[in-house]
Design a protein around this ligand. Structure first.
Ligand SMILES: Nc1ncnc2c1ncn2[C@@H]1O[C@H](COP(=O)(O)OP(=O)(O)OP(=O)(O)O)[C@@H](O)[C@H]1O
Length: 263
């Protein structure tokens, strides 16, 4: 479904500020896979998501979605394949539009013809039903401007909208990191529900190891632009946070040993 084949991305190549963000990275995801991505700061996690979304073009390597090469496609050209929820709750919704207008936009996305923001009774009923499932009381606030909602409510709405668009691949970029623990837990549960109901192929970056273990069927750990540890669906079921921490420690050890070898 998604095939990432030996991609590399270097920022400011050849200068003193050179940063190798992705190094010869490969990852293959099957339809319905939900891969969680963890790793230290600067490991390349966001760059990986940006490379899939088309925000950054890669220097070398190829990305294919459903066997179609997409590396050369611009971000807006990939938008019909890719859904994304960002860390910043302000990023995924239009604050000056109402809840129902935002939902109508999401429903419309990727279609060439349609009602735009037009609202039929059938559409409104669908929105009411979906909003009810969030259990946040938003079904009573369809005409409210989204800018008035809390961060957690906006993230829940962003997720619902991402599900509406039925993307080929859903990218979640630390989408619960800016929320308090209670709302983060709610959005985590909602993520599980929306991804499994829609059978969405999903790539999720998180700094929260418990979340990385709770969600998804596969896990990868990144360091310095590479995947340094992977757990398959079967392996992930038995993984624990202490084991993940031990893997992190191993990486640090390897770096230390490498340096020791060089001196
Ligand atoms: N637009 C950019 N311009 C220059 N350097 C960048 C850019 N984006 C990322 N980098 C660099 O690429 C490397 C990988 O960054 P990236 O943001 O992908 O890491 P990350 O794993 O998401 O980190 P964090 O967990 O801290 O968000 C870092 O060294 C970073 O400084």
């Amino acid at each position: 479904m998604l095939n990432i084949d030996r991609i590399s991305k270097t920022f400011f190549a050849g200068t003193i500020n050179e940063r190798k963000a992705l190094v010869d990275l490969s990852l293959r995801m099957d339809e319905g896979d939900f891969v969680t991505v963890i790793g230290s700061n600067g490991a390349g996690k966001s760059t990986l998501l940006n490379a899939v979304a088309g925000r950054y073009t890669v220097d070398t390597g190829e990305l294919t979605i459903d066997s179609k090469p997409v590396s050369k496609l611009k971000e807006y050209q990939r938008a019909r394949y890719v859904g994304r929820v960002f860390q910043d709750p302000m990023a995924g919704t239009a604050p000056d539009l109402t809840i129902e207008q935002n939902l109508a936009l999401a429903l419309q996305r990727g279609k060439t013809r349609g009602l735009g923001l037009g609202l039929t009774k059938a559409r409104r009923d669908l929105f009411l039903e979906e909003l009810k499932s969030l259990e946040l009381g938003l079904e009573n606030r369809l005409p409210a401007k989204v800018g008035l909602l809390s961060g957690g409510q906006r993230q829940a709405l962003s997720l619902l909208m991402a599900g509406f668009t039925q993307p080929r691949i859903l990218l979640l970029d630390e989408h619960t990191a800016a929320l308090d623990p209670q709302r983060a837990a709610l959005v985590t549960d909602l993520t599980e529900r929306i991804v499994s109901n829609g059978g969405l192929t999903t790539l999720m970056v998180t700094h929260n190891m418990e979340q990385a273990l709770k969600l998804g069927n596969r896990l990868i750990m990144m360091h310095e632009g590479r995947i340094v540890f992977q757990a398959s669906a079967e392996e992930k079921q038995h993984l624990t946070v202490p084991q993940l921490l031990a893997e992190f420690a191993k990486i640090k050890g390897a770096t230390f040993d490498d340096r020791a070898l060089l001196t």
